[in-house]
Design a protein around this ligand. Structure first.
Ligand code: PLP
Length: 422
């Protein structure tokens, strides 16, 4: 498989190079030159890891042999991803049973293992995070020989638990606390990748959701969920979205042949994409802080991929993708209502995707929403909403007792470069 840039279809790059390089030189996003129809025939009998190898094989085959691919899939997908019925007709795909209790574990674990498989060069992984990416990536790469991880996060804009997860790992993982918003962090990282003189000194690689091996493996759990549900009805999947890597992976699974009817793009007050779906006009904005902070994104980095999946045709996209957004107040009342009626505790991200279904529901259809993080990662919000004292699972509680280690820095590119080169 070769990959083109969303800015230039004529420039093709092989799998291994696209993986290590992260971003094409022209600032587009890598995209597979063709989408294999691997899910056209039945796949329900495969285990999660087998399904992973089956789906990824055409994307990596020139560079990774089948037995290595199978090993990577069973290592990366070593935790359960259950479909749990929340109420009749609405199920949750629980993506939070991995090491950092968030769905980004899936992509991050694939990325780290794929990179180690194709190169043994010394590498620096740069990650901008709005919350969960950083700890998932750091965890994926933690202790991997010859790879340094540098995480940038917006000061005061992520939860205490998220900050502790990012700043207490030590080893090959360093954290920079940026005085700014997530988009500032993302800008610094993007600028570094476009900086030739920096790249001559340091071998940079990206671990953001723009990397093909963060993005494509996420399609596996969509097919997995459809296989678990075994529904005769058309299934609509609601996805809580920020940078839209997760949703773009769902659309990829659909294009690979998975029987998915439609998607709902569910966001918080950062409703750039729901607006685009409605109007056909894309207007990026500064991000607004919300209680579902992993989705506080004003210019979603995977948007060009989403367009590419629909042949850059707004009409096609609108057929398959519906938009929904809600504010924090509504998210709190959603969490309360779902707890009261269904005894199911939503996290602030999954809550928006759930509520989108409740409001747009057609009784003849079956619905799935993605639960992208464990609710205890947002303990303050959940406890406030429910008047509860939600228990924090052991692997999360451990880091809370450690001391934060981070470098505080303004959103200034020169200082960032000095830090990387020192
Ligand atoms: C990152 C994240 C999202 C958004 O995912 P995207 O792929 O960026 O759209 C949603 N929920 C949680 C908990 C996240 O960490």
């Amino acid at each position: 498989m070769k990959y083109f840039s969303t800015n230039n279809r004529h420039q093709l790059t092989g799998f291994a190079q696209a993986l290590v390089q992260g971003l094409p030189d022209d600032n587009g996003l890598f995209f597979p030159e063709s989408i294999p129809l691997t899910l056209e025939n039945s796949f329900e009998s495969l285990s999660l890891a087998e399904l992973g190898a089956h789906m990824l094989s055409p994307f990596v085959e020139s560079d990774i042999d089948r037995s290595s691919l199978e090993r990577i899939c069973s290592e990366a997908l070593s935790f359960p991803i259950p479909v749990v019925e929340v109420e009749p007709g609405i199920s949750a795909l629980e993506l939070f049973h991995g090491p950092t209790l968030a769905f980004k574990d899936v992509g991050a674990r694939f990325l780290a293992r794929m990179i180690r498989q194709v190169t043994d060069e010394k590498l620096t992984v740069l990650v901008a995070t709005s919350g969960d990416t950083g700890s998932a990536v750091a965890n994926g790469f933690y202790g991997v020989e010859g790879i340094d991880v540098v995480i940038l996060y917006p000061s005061g804009k992520i939860s205490d638990i998220q900050e502790k997860q990012l700043t207490t790992m030590g080893g090959n993982v360093r954290a920079i606390e940026v005085e700014g918003v997530f988009d500032d962090c993302q800008r610094l990282v993007k600028q570094a990748f476009l900086d030739d003189s920096l790249r001559q000194k340091i071998n940079l690689t990206s671990a953001n959701s723009i990397n093909i091996m963060r993005w494509i493996p996420q399609s596996i759990y969509y097919a997995w969920a459809i296989g678990q549900m075994q529904s005769d009805n058309s299934i609509t999947i609601s996805v809580p979205s920020g940078n839209f890597g997760n949703l773009a992976a769902g659309v990829l699974a659909m294009k690979m042949g998975a029987p998915i009817g439609r998607f709902i793009a569910a966001t918080n007050a950062n409703h750039i994409v729901p607006d685009y779906i409605e109007t056909g006009v894309y207007t990026p904005a500064s991000s607004v802080a919300t209680i579902s902070n992993a989705m506080d994104v004003g210019d979603p980095s995977n948007f060009p991929r989403l367009l590419e999946l629909f042949d850059n045709d707004h009409y096609q996209l609108k057929e398959k993708l519906h938009g929904y957004w809600q504010n924090d107040e509504k998210t709190l009342s959603t969490i309360r209502a779902c707890s009261a009626y269904n005894h199911y505790t939503l996290d602030p991200h999954g809550a928006i995707a759930y509520q989108a279904i409740v409001e747009k529901r057609d009784p003849a259809e079956e619905y799935l929403f993605l639960e992208t993080a464990h609710p205890s990662k947002f303990k303050d919000v959940i406890d406030e909403a429910l008047g509860s004292d939600i228990a924090i699972p052991g692997r999360l509680a451990d880091c809370l007792s450690k001391t934060k280690e981070a470098t505080l820095m303004p959103a200034d590119y020169d200082q960032f470069v000095d830090y990387l080169c020192s």
